[in-house]
Design a protein. Structure first.
Length: 222
């Protein structure tokens, strides 16, 4: 079991009131959190990443407590060593593809130098076949290349796990399937655990070694 998650958080701003109350133990390397929009999947991912603080419960990764309300443990996101890819990719529009990938390796908020060449960055640019667009801005590359850039940025830090929020939702059908296969090849090579959230059955077919179905803030089947 690489992830043990038990979190409770009422979302007071929601109307009607929505309560996130998730208990999940990830026993397989690739886990898909599956369910309709509004089920609380993204909130769950944010709780794991440290972007949402539960009111009570725990988040344990590889046996280490990232959050534990009873022990007053709450590691900040940068200390959790997680690769996180947002649904909209969250690339920096003023930085090149190469600089976006390198940003995860920088300490503080200094932008990577445009001309810098870092071995780990170049490896992932090559692995995702975006080295030929490395000096372009996100607005100058395709949707698939932006998705590859976001994945490379998440993986360059050698994370303990990869968290993906609907990573293929903005892509057309043929490109989705191609990039699923690329991601699966990377996961097979690296052995990095995956928690992917989706409402697409094709993601379940490709990545769902373990599938947890979520409805109204709770896991209803696993």
């Amino acid at each position: 079991m690489w992830l043990d998650l038990q979190v409770h958080r009422p979302m007071q701003a929601a109307t009607p009131q929505f309560v996130l109350d998730v208990a999940l133990q990830c026993t397989q390397r690739q886990v898909v959190l599956f369910g309709p929009s509004g089920a609380g999947k993204s909130l769950t991912l944010k709780a794991v990443a440290g972007l949402l603080r539960p009111w009570r419960g725990h988040v344990r990764l590889q046996g280490q407590a990232l959050f534990d309300s009873s022990a007053r443990v709450n590691l900040p996101p940068q200390r959790r060593r997680l690769g996180y890819v947002f649904q909209d990719y969250a690339l920096f529009p003023h930085l090149s593809v190469r600089q976006n990938v390198a940003f995860g390796l920088e300490r503080g908020w200094f932008n990577p130098r445009r001309g810098a060449r870092i071995d780990a960055v170049e490896r992932w640019l090559h692995a995702f076949r975006i080295d030929h667009v490395a000096d372009l801005l996100p607005s100058q590359v395709s949707g698939g290349q932006r998705q590859r850039t976001a994945l490379a940025r998440a993986l360059v830090t050698q994370p303990q796990a990869l968290l993906l929020d609907e990573p293929f939702a903005a892509l057309d059908h043929d490109l989705r399937q191609h990039l699923r296969q690329e991601l699966q090849a990377v996961l097979d090579e690296t052995g990095i655990p995956l928690l992917l959230i989706s409402h697409d059955p094709h993601d379940v077919d490709m990545f769902g070694q373990q599938v947890a179905r979520m409805v109204d803030g709770r896991i209803v089947s696993d």
